[in-house]
Ligand binder design. Structure first.
Ligand code: SF4
Length: 104
């Protein structure tokens, strides 16, 4: 899964589809039409992609992410392995960032 030219999440299909960890991956999966739910509304991801001629510092999904923290707009997150072969670039996988989020 890529966003704004950067890898957001990688892993086996079953991990991406059934255990997504990155907010963008989750948003994309929520926006997929459900043919088994008649009349169900699509849930779009709010906002627009960043200008790639002037890419933002930090995580490029910050402006659209409902979990964004102060650090997200400043520093690009490191890759975290959440299970064997399932990797995510998101500050939500960093215990220090999560603790800071809970105390603000
Ligand atoms: S790093 Fe921050 S802004 Fe980017 S997806 Fe994770 S929580 Fe959202």
């Amino acid at each position: 899964m890529m966003y704004a030219g950067k890898i957001a999440e990688t892993g086996a299909r079953r991990d991406i589809f059934y255990r997504p960890q990155h907010p963008y991956t989750k948003g994309l999966l929520h926006s997929v039409p459900r043919l088994d739910l008649e009349g169900a509304d699509l849930v779009p991801i709010d906002g627009t992609p960043p200008d790639l001629f002037s890419p933002p510092e930090g995580c490029p999904f910050t402006a659209r992410c409902s979990y964004a923290m102060e650090v997200c707009s400043r520093v690009y997150p490191a890759v975290a392995e959440v299970s064997a072969g399932h990797r995510v670039c998101c500050w939500l996988q960093d215990e220090r960032a999560k603790r800071a989020l809970l105390t603000t």
